[in-house]
Design a protein around this ligand. Structure first.
Ligand SMILES: Cc1cc2nc3c(=O)[nH]c(=O)nc-3n(C[C@H](O)[C@H](O)[C@H](O)COP(=O)(O)OP(=O)(O)OC[C@H]3O[C@@H](n4cnc5c(N)ncnc54)[C@H](O)[C@@H]3O)c2cc1C
Length: 417
């Protein structure tokens, strides 16, 4: 049986960044990364792929070229974790033993949770930038769109990059204007959330944009079904005073109706959504997940990223059960904390490096415009950029489209920042 000092599950953003930083600090550490995929993707650019301004192929690299020097790549799925015996079973049939485990598998997409979604995604202008198979289809569908409701929505589960469902909406709205079809389009954002964005001053900025650009918003709208044949999305409204008034002329224009059981139906010509998400099943079913968490995320201390019951286990990125917004930007701030605490643990000291919940959401608001929301666990705006990023700016667009991808491939994944 193979044994490693550090076994990392997942060679995505978090897994590669962690391995690279660990080996920069201690080159002789025996590190292995278990990752089944031959390809690695820069997912933040899928929003731009959906808007027709970035090539999908430019978001892809070979995993083999990203595995840091000194790390072993185990090309397999982790299937079962036995943290009492420090063992991971793999899809190749064997078991791997570890001294320290880092869980970095990201989230699992549960398309089946919304009836009608799994079978229709990628057809009839029902799409999602969350999956590389469909981000190009978003662009194709926007080009084919002629008139009617362009509906942007999201599920009630936690999702990575919570801003992505609305980013593509701003891009689409701008695109419709550029193409002279804005008058024929009703742009609608229907969300289970209670506000357009949870952190000031970005909330105020986005409210202003939504109003000025005549985007129809519906809050407390929990997506429960998609009817692909009829091209309808069905919602349960979780706050009675947010049930749309079907006599309102605007809601009539949008074709909104209420069914006898109280469900709200919004018809669409184009629909963009995010899939419901959770921890992967094998994590959810393991001893590592939080017992009271229906989504099964890993039970780590939100500051140290160390497991609360198995101190030789750490978790980072989207699968970690920390209450931050799940983004690559969060991973960038988590990785040095995890690395320091893990290496301290190996020297039999308690690490006290602390992650403050930093995350950021680059919200593209049109072609050539972006605002950058940065915040922490307490929803305090947490600035790392000197200019005022709470209003859409061209330089932030350059950051998103050119500088951040460069930084990702050349610095972050190499453990250099
Ligand atoms: C449309 C979209 C837009 C986004 N925009 C932004 C943005 O603007 N800014 C930002 O910071 N973030 C953004 N994100 C989020 C960002 O991409 C993720 O938060 C980040 O990739 C998380 O890293 P991770 O390593 O936790 O997960 P991932 O990068 O998803 O990696 C997880 C890895 O684990 C592997 N894995 C899964 N199961 C197993 C298993 N059983 N065994 C072994 N390996 C396994 C997978 O193959 C994968 O390689 C966006 C994401 C999407 C989809």
């Amino acid at each position: 049986m193979k044994k490693y000092q550090v076994l990392i599950l997942g060679g995505g953003t978090a897994g590669i960044t962690t391995a690279a930083q660990l080996l920069r600090k201690q080159a002789d550490l025996k590190v292995a990364i278990m990752e089944p995929s031959e390809k690695h993707y820069y997912q933040p650019a899928w929003t731009l792929v959906g808007a027709g301004t970035y090539k999908l192929s430019d978001t892809e690299r070979d995993e083999k070229d990203l595995i840091p020097k000194g790390a072993v790549w185990i090309r397999a799925f982790a299937e079962e974790i036995d943290p009492d015996n420090n063992l991971v079973s793999t899809s190749e049939g064997g078991q791997i033993e570890y001294e320290n485990l880092v869980v970095a598998t990201g989230v699992q997409y549960n398309w089946n949770v919304i009836p009608g979604l799994a079978d229709s995604i990628g057809t009839r202008s029902i799409t999602s930038n969350y999956d590389k198979r469909y981000a190009p289809y978003t662009w194709e569908s926007l080009q084919h769109f002629k008139q009617g409701n362009a509906l942007f929505t999201q599920p009630h589960t936690p999702i990575k990059c919570g801003g992505a469902p609305q980013k593509i909406m701003y891009m689409a709205e701008h695109y419709f204007r550029k193409q002279g079809k804005r008058e024929a389009a009703n742009v609608i954002f229907a969300t289970p959330g209670t506000v357009i964005f949870g952190v000031q001053p970005f909330k105020a900025a986005l409210q202003k944009i939504v109003k000025e650009r005549n985007i129809h918003t519906f809050f407390y709208h929990k997506l429960v079904e998609i009817r692909p044949e009829a091209k309808e999305a069905v919602y349960q409204v979780t706050q009675p005073d947010h049930i749309p008034d079907v006599k309102d002329p605007i809601n009539q224009k949008l074709g909104i109706r209420i069914e006898p059981d109280g469900s709200v139906v919004i018809p669409f010509e184009f629909l963009h959504t995010a899939p419901p998400q959770s921890a992967p099943d094998f994590i959810k079913n393991s001893l590592l997940s939080k017992r009271d968490d229906p989504f099964g995320f890993v039970e780590v201390d939100k500051h140290t990223l160390q497991h609360l019951r198995y101190p030789n286990v750490f978790s980072i990125g989207d699968v970690a059960g920390t209450p931050n917004a799940k983004t690559g930007a969060a991973v960038r701030k988590q990785a040095p904390v995890l690395v320091e605490n893990l290496l301290k643990f190996r020297q039999e000291h308690q690490g006290n490096a602390a992650y403050d919940g930093y995350s950021s959401c680059p919200i593209v608001t049109g072609y050539g415009k972006m605002l950058l929301a940065e915040f922490d666990y307490d929803n305090n705006a947490a600035k790392t950029v000197i200019v005022d990023t709470s209003r859409p700016r061209w330089d932030m667009w350059i950051l998103k489209k050119y500088l951040l991808p460069w930084f990702y491939w050349n610095r972050m994944l190499k453990g250099k920042g």
